[in-house]
Design a protein around this ligand. Structure first.
Ligand code: NAP
Length: 368
């Protein structure tokens, strides 16, 4: 599979859009997919699916719509079950939870669909790419191997956990140049990360909850895969020691991560900032409909970044970094923040899909 950007494929060139389906379309991530895909130049929401509770209802009756205007054409779509016999689109955006995703996403991949998953089920499988396009879009080349070993005519591509996404995007530029080998990270995670209705108000208002189930192991295992190298049908994980602490805080959107970082070759603060500012990331992921102008943006203010002020930078796709400074324990300290539901979920999946449409993978899948 070639990964260079080609001119947009025949469908886009003919002014047609790809029909796409959203699984678990009624939840927090499903709704973010609808907002991200509204007016998308290449994709058109053709189908929505959710649990038995919603099947047979129109979207407007089944979902408690949370933000902005519900697109009128989506409002009238009737929800189906998350089953490839009922959902026909070639591109599947999945916001399913892991307990359902494990079976359902494999069924779609087996049925020849290209599935963009937000669940943890397949992230650590050695033949499944775990991708932030700018960070490790080259890992998408694993898909050829995935098909060979699984016998699928479709494919599964995963996003990282939303807190790993913040950390991986902020560290990727520095890792490429200076080799991150140790990381202490503590997160302050938004309530929208727990879905809807999420954390009870009496547990979170005026409070910090210093535990999020399975979140610390996810950061510790996913980061090394994402910052690893694609080598001959496998990902060689980056050799690094990661220790994570995760907390839920009373912020609506935007996960913040404070980090102390150790390097193979310690950069000065100025070198680190310059590297972060000049970083573009994996070339084929740039200039696509969902790509932000800056995948990583370095703030100068001593009190930045802040979720309330900066979470929507780059339409929610920019990772904000600030307070890069010396660390007495490891080499450097810094803060990073990004939108957990957009960059950390729906927007990340849509950008993955744009990379695979623009390089012809989706077209090849549909034609085979
Ligand atoms: P959520 O708001 O609780 O939504 C759950 C969704 O799953 C609803 O659409 C629900 O449909 C559907 N569902 C529940 N049981 C189902 C079943 N048996 N079959 C089919 N659909 C079913 O959760 P969320 O925050 O959107 O999270 C969804 C996934 O994304 C999870 O895997 C989560 O870990 C991951 N994720 C979330 C975030 C975030 O910031 N929220 C970020 C990254 C990844 P009904 O309305 O019909 O019940």
């Amino acid at each position: 599979m070639k990964l260079e950007t080609k001119s947009p494929h025949t469908r886009q060139a003919n002014g047609e859009r790809w029909p796409v389906a959203i699984l678990a379309a009624t939840g927090a991530v499903g709704q973010a997919f609808i907002r991200t895909l509204k007016d998308h130049p290449w994709f058109e929401i053709a189908e929505v699916a959710a649990s038995e509770r919603s099947v047979g209802k129109t979207y407007k009756d089944a979902a408690k719509w949370m933000e902005g205007e519900l697109p009128p054409d989506v409002a009238e779509l009737v929800l189906t079950a998350c089953d490839p016999s009922q959902v026909k689109s070639p591109i599947i955006f999945s916001a399913l939870d892991a307990d359902v995703a494990t079976v359902a996403e494999a069924a779609f991949a087996r049925a020849g669909r290209v599935v963009f998953s937000n669940a943890k089920s397949y992230r650590m499988e050695p033949d499944v790419p775990l991708v932030i396009p700018e960070v490790n879009g080259d890992h998408l080349a694993l898909l050829t191997h995935q098909r060979k070993v699984r016998g699928w005519t479709g494919a599964i591509i995963t996003n990282a956990n939303c807190s790993t996404t913040v950390v991986a995007a902020a560290l990727a530029p520095l890792h490429e140049k200076f080799g991150v080998n140790r990381l202490f990270v503590s997160t302050m995670q938004a309530i929208s990360g727990a879905g809807y209705p999420g954390v009870p108000s009496l547990d979170i208002l005026g409070n910090v909850v210093p535990y999020i189930g399975d979140e610390e192991p996810k950061i510790e295992r996913e980061l090394a895969k994402m910052l690893g190298k694609f080598d001959n049908d496998k990902i060689v994980h980056a050799p690094m020691i990661v220790t994570a602490h995760t907390s839920r805080v009373a912020v609506e959107n935007g996960h913040t991560a404070v980090m102390s970082v150790g390097f193979d070759r310690k950069p000065t603060v100025e070198e680190a900032i310059e590297t972060l500012r000049n970083w573009k990331g994996y070339a084929p992921s740039l200039g696509l409909p969902t790509s932000p102008e800056h995948a990583v943006f370095v703030h100068d203010g001593l009190d930045q970044p802040q979720p309330r002020r900066h979470v929507m930078m780059g339409r929610g796709m920019t990772t904000s970094v600030g307070r890069v400074r010396e660390c007495k324990m490891l080499d450097l300290r810094m803060v990073a923040m990004s939108h957990n539901v957009i960059r950390g979920a729906a927007g990340g999946s849509v950008l993955n899909a744009e990379v695979l449409v623009s390089n012809g993978f989706v077209q090849e899948t549909v034609n085979q």
